[in-house]
Ligand binder design. Structure first.
Ligand code: NAD
Ligand code: 6OD
Length: 486
């Protein structure tokens, strides 16, 4: 059985009390690894190592060398591409092509892009007049914030944790990462990469374990952690915010969503169906940006529902490494039970079940996996729980609309504000809609198309702050102003 250890101060080590927890495959629920379960003292040690690295070689390293090393990290990830694909696939059960084309390449890109950003983004300077006529020059410099606590989720583990570790290191910080207990493998593999390319010890630390009263909380409550960046559920964000208030430490939060997809009758029909199919069902619906509420203009409503149903019924279930399989299981039995409870609620609330609503028939060992059918509902009131609450599964409710005003009100009737995907060929309408839907990220005639220089984050209960491009620099550095009397 594979033993997965913490990575602290450049070394793989067991937890101080030897405790481990089991990691099961989402595909068949077989145990695939035993993971070190960090104690308070393991986390304290990781934070101390991260502090020592800041005060040591990493902190005094010239920026050019630091960024060169991050390029080498990205290149080494690419050299070990197959290992990363295999590890992420084992953890998540998601199809190989998603790992190969999205999740792993993005992990490598997260190191290069932010190395380029910090190199190329200038800081400001102002000349000012003074009463004596001599004037003064102000200029600002960026300094790393210090030790960054990174708390990451399981749905796109490598992409999401490198999205934070990449810019944090590019800015000269050190990190203590607590990956999700569901997906420990790629974070651990990254430790090997760090050592291989010569990232100094203590710069990148990984502590495995759970959240409340465990490794996650040990990281967020440790006052040696200068700032906390978190991706996960909104409820968890509230708990972390309380922890961060001790010592008034800065936070960056990327949290839940209940995102609307909006399809106008003038949209390119096939593209819109394909786009909503991806946004609702990619990664078995476990994407924070995914669409669980779809609004379709009435003239094309029936045709759209029928086309989406046909595509949903065409998914190919099965082991992720087998070519042609394009639909994986949910991450865990617990999450499967949660999603199925919403399938039951939808039925109880009187939904018309267009397709799905249950567990597919899987053969042999796969029958033990966390499979659920892609599911489409119509006919519910907006107040229904499956229309209001984030399910984080492969499901959506579709409702017809008649006017722009109506659909804007429907889209905004939620506590969340992460993303939307709008399908129309009317450019004027696209701009109007983008200005009116209250979200951090609007896609028009696309979804999950990412330029890493753009601001990424959510409004309302979907997040605090923005990351991406210069916005990551704003979070991962402190700007200091220097004022020189001339
Ligand atoms: P989660 O909040 O349950 O867990 C996320 C991480 O927080 C895990 O590492 C977990 O161990 C840790 N954690 C849990 N409780 C903690 C505590 N009290 N203190 C410290 N750490 C704690 O989220 P999840 O189930 O892993 O991920 C799914 C959620 O993440 C969904 O709500 C989804 O929308 C959201 N998400 C948001 C984005 C975004 O960019 N906005 C991206 C991906 C996922
Ligand atoms: O693309 C990204 O940078 C990003 N943070 C994606 C989030 C996906 C959520 O599941």
């Amino acid at each position: 059985m594979r033993q997965v250890d913490n990575f602290i101060n450049g070394a793989f080590q067991r937890s101080s009390d030897g405790r481990r927890f089991e990691k099961r495959s989402p595909v068949d629920n077989k145990i695939i690894a035993n993971i070190a379960e960090s104690t308070q003292s393991d986390v304290d040690q990781a934070v101390e190592a991260a502090r020592a690295a800041l005060n040591g070689e990493w902190g005094s390293m010239p920026q050019a060398r630091r960024l060169e090393l991050l390029y080498e990290v990205a290149d080494e990830i690419t050299r070990r591409f197959d290992d990363f694909v295999a590890a992420e696939m084992a953890d998540t059960g998601q199809p190989e092509h998603v790992m190969k084309h999205v999740f792993i390449p993005r992990g490598a890109a997260n190191f290069k892009v932010f190395a380029d950003v910090i190199k190329n983004v200038p800081t400001e300077s102002f000349m000012m007049d003074t009463p004596d006529g001599r004037g003064a020059l102000n200029y600002s410099v960026r300094k790393p914030k210090g030790v960054i606590g990174v708390i990451s989720p399981w749905n796109a583990p490598f992409l999401l944790m490198t999205w934070k570790v990449g810019p944090a290191l590019a800015c000269g910080n050190t990190v203590v990462l607590k990956p999700s207990e569901e997906t420990p493998l790629t974070a651990t593999l990254l430790g090997e990469v760090m050592n291989k390319v010569g990232i100094p010890k203590g710069v990148y630390n990984v502590v495995h374990g759970f959240g409340p009263n465990a490794a996650g909380e040990f990281v967020t409550t440790n006052k040696g952690v200068d700032a906390i960046t978190f991706t996960g559920e909104t409820r968890t964000g509230s708990a972390i915010m309380k922890a961060a208030s001790e010592g008034t430490r800065d936070v960056s939060f990327e949290m839940g969503g209940k995102n609307a997809g909006i399809v106008f009758a003038d949209a390119d029909f096939d593209e819109a169906v394909n786009g909503i199919f991806r946004s609702a069902f990619l990664n078995t619906g476990q994407v924070c940006l995914g669409t669980e509420r779809v609004y379709v203009e009435r003239p094309i409503f029936d045709k759209f529902v029928a086309a989406l149903k046909e595509k949903a019924e065409g998914v190919q279930y099965g082991r992720p490494e087998i070519k042609g399989n394009n639909y994986g299981p949910l991450i865990s039995r617990e999450h499967q039970e949660k999603v199925l409870s919403y399938y039951q609620k939808a039925a109880d609330e009187g939904a018309t079940i267009v397709t799905g609503g249950g567990v597919p028939d899987m053969e042999g060992e796969l029958a033990e996996g966390n499979w659920v059918q892609p599911t489409i509902w119509t006919g519910l009131e907006e107040s229904a729980s499956v229309v209001q609450e984030e399910i984080f599964g492969p499901c959506c409710h579709i409702r017809p609309f008649d006017t722009e005003e109506e659909v804007i009100a429907l889209a905004n009737d939620t506590d969340y504000g992460l993303s939307t995907t709008i399908w129309t060929t009317n450019l004027t309408r696209a701009h109007r809609m983008a200005a009116s839907v209250d979200v951090g990220i609007t896609w028009v005639n696309s979804w999950f198309l990412r330029d890493l220089r753009t601001p990424f984050g959510g409004n309302k209960e979907s997040g605090i702050g923005r990351e991406g491009g210069v916005h990551s620099l704003e979070f991962y550095t402190e700007l200091r102003n220097v004022c020189i009397k001339l």
